[in-house]
Design a protein around this ligand. Structure first.
Ligand SMILES: [Zn+2]
Length: 497
């Protein structure tokens, strides 16, 4: 059998792996590349296989970098079942419909721009074509010269539409954790809790081979032990081959206790100063965790009661999915449910629905707190809040998640003195603080601890889903545990004996 590495190789996005035997082809994840233009253009490079010939897709979890290309796959001829836990099925619906809408809006605005500025748009298209060709491993100059006008127009079309997303969503089949399911001739899969976000899974694939069964384990994104609400990652004891993420190779997170202490301190300072606490947050996972911690701090009497605005329609939909799956909760969260205290709600929190209500928040009496998406201030309602309040010394901008290079969030986190939003230059006078102990990913010691549970070590451990520096730091430590390793590149194929 063969394993093709089609994404998340020496980068943290675009997760996609194809396991191929003589009898079947199974995809694990089909994620979108995000971040730099160099990465994003790969979403447009044609699939390296015929989507109609794939027998099944296994989805580890609902984050866009793991599920974001599924509508594109469906729009390109894939019609077979997609297996995921029921929680992942529900969250993926939210993520894919939102992504399709963004695709359609971006294409529309690009086409409007092209209609007004034909020359500039043509120049941009040429650059895009060159990047596209480079990503497709062709000679960029030659590809641009021979590029057909049709191909150029194709780059202005949405990668997929809401109709494609709905077609893909109809293919999903919800499975239970721990139950092995036949998914293709000679191939069975088991989903194990990965403790990353609700419904997230490690996938164990058992393949019938002439010399006996082979087990290939895909870690997916591994969570941290002790993450609130959801259960800890399941420890796996054996595999013939392992594909493991390495997002935080070489790094150790701040402790959860310190993260909670810093959160409480920021709330108290805001309350005392009658100010505003603004928290940019990812809609799925982080928002629920922050609300949980605020609720715990309030219950413990550590923070005073000040109004909390939850300003993200997507986060609210995700919270509804969390609420609908108490069976996935850990013991602590279940105990709260048993006492009629929801682990994903804060007393008196105001859910902001309309964009107009969102803009009215700033006029309300102080102090107050706002949790809004998205987490890196690259879009969503958070951008307007930052625009309105970035010059206000009584506002504290509190980062509770990872800020990607080059994002507005990263600039502010690194101490920018002024920022440009919607064409306006704004002086930064607010306070800026960061907490890095709320992570949905295991850090290096936690990844190594997870690996140390293997009693029968894999023949090869493929290290994926990490930037080159993280992988370079992580690989020798994995080897030191006695695991033979490989760090595949994009579209590399490994023969598995
Ligand atoms: Zn993830």
């Amino acid at each position: 059998m063969r394993l093709h590495f089609l994404g998340a190789t020496r980068t943290v996005t675009g997760s996609q792996f194809l396991l191929e035997t003589d009898r079947a082809r199974v995809l694990v994840d089909c994620g979108m590349f995000q971040g730099s233009p160099h990465d994003v253009i790969r979403n447009r490079v044609p699939f390296s296989y015929a989507p109609a010939e794939i027998d099944a897709l296994l989805l580890t979890h609902a984050h866009l970098d793991h599920c974001g290309l599924i509508p594109h796959l469906a729009g390109s001829g894939f019609r077979k079942p997609i297996y995921a836990t029921k929680g992942t099925v529900d969250l993926t619906r939210i993520v894919l419909l939102d992504s399709a809408k963004l695709q359609e809006e971006a294409a529309e605005s690009h086409q409007r721009f092209a209609a007004r500025h034909a020359e500039r748009a043509a120049a941009e298209d040429e650059e895009t074509m060159a990047a596209f060709a480079a990503a497709a491993k062709e000679d960029p100059a030659a590809a641009t010269r021979h590029a057909s006008p049709g191909a150029m127009t194709g780059l202005r079309e949405p990668l997929y539409t809401t109709a494609d997303a709905n077609a893909a969503l109809a293919l999903f089949r919800g499975v239970e954790y721990g139950a092995e399911v036949e998914i293709a001739p000679g191939i069975a899969a088991t989903f194990l809790d990965a403790g990353h976000i609700l419904g997230s899974a490690i996938v164990r694939v058992r393949v019938a081979q002439p010399g006996g069964d082979r087990v290939v384990v895909f870690s997916g994104d591994l969570g941290r032990p002790g993450t609130p609400i959801i259960r800890d990652p399941v420890r796996v004891a054996s595999a013939d081959y392992l594909v493991i993420e390495s997002t935080y190779g070489g790094r150790t997170h701040e402790s959860a206790e310190e993260a909670i202490r810093l959160l409480g301190e920021a709330v108290k300072l805001t309350a005392d100063a009658k100010g505003v606490l603004l928290m940019p947050s990812f809609a799925i996972g982080r928002t629920q965790e922050v609300v949980y911690q605020l609720d715990r701090l309030f219950e413990a009497g550590t923070i005073p009661r000040i109004p909390l605005y939850l300003d993200s329609p997507m986060a609210q939909k995700a919270t509804d999915v969390y609420r609908a799956h108490p069976g996935y909760f850990d013991e602590e969260a279940r105990a709260l449910v048993a006492r009629n205290d929801s682990p994903v709600d804060y007393p008196g929190a105001v859910v902001v629905n309309s964009a107009r209500d969102s803009q009215a928040i700033e006029q309300g009496p102080r102090p107050f707190m706002v949790v809004a998406s998205n987490g890196m201030i690259t879009g969503g309602r958070i951008v307007q809040h930052v625009k309105a309040l970035v010059g206000d010394p009584a506002m504290t901008l509190l980062f509770v998640g990872y800020q990607g290079d080059g994002t507005l969030g990263a600039h502010l986190q690194q101490g920018a003195k002024s920022v440009r939003i919607d064409g306006q230059d704004l002086a930064v006078r607010c306070q800026v603080r960061s907490i890095d102990g709320f992570s949905a990913h295991a850090d290096e010691p936690e990844l190594l601890a997870w690996l140390s549970a293997f009693r029968r070590k894999p023949r090869t451990t493929f290290i994926v889903h990490g930037d080159p520096a993280a992988q370079a730091a992580f690989e020798p430590k994995v080897r030191a545990l006695g695991f033979p390793t490989a760090v595949p590149v994009w579209r590399e194929t490994a023969e598995l004996a």
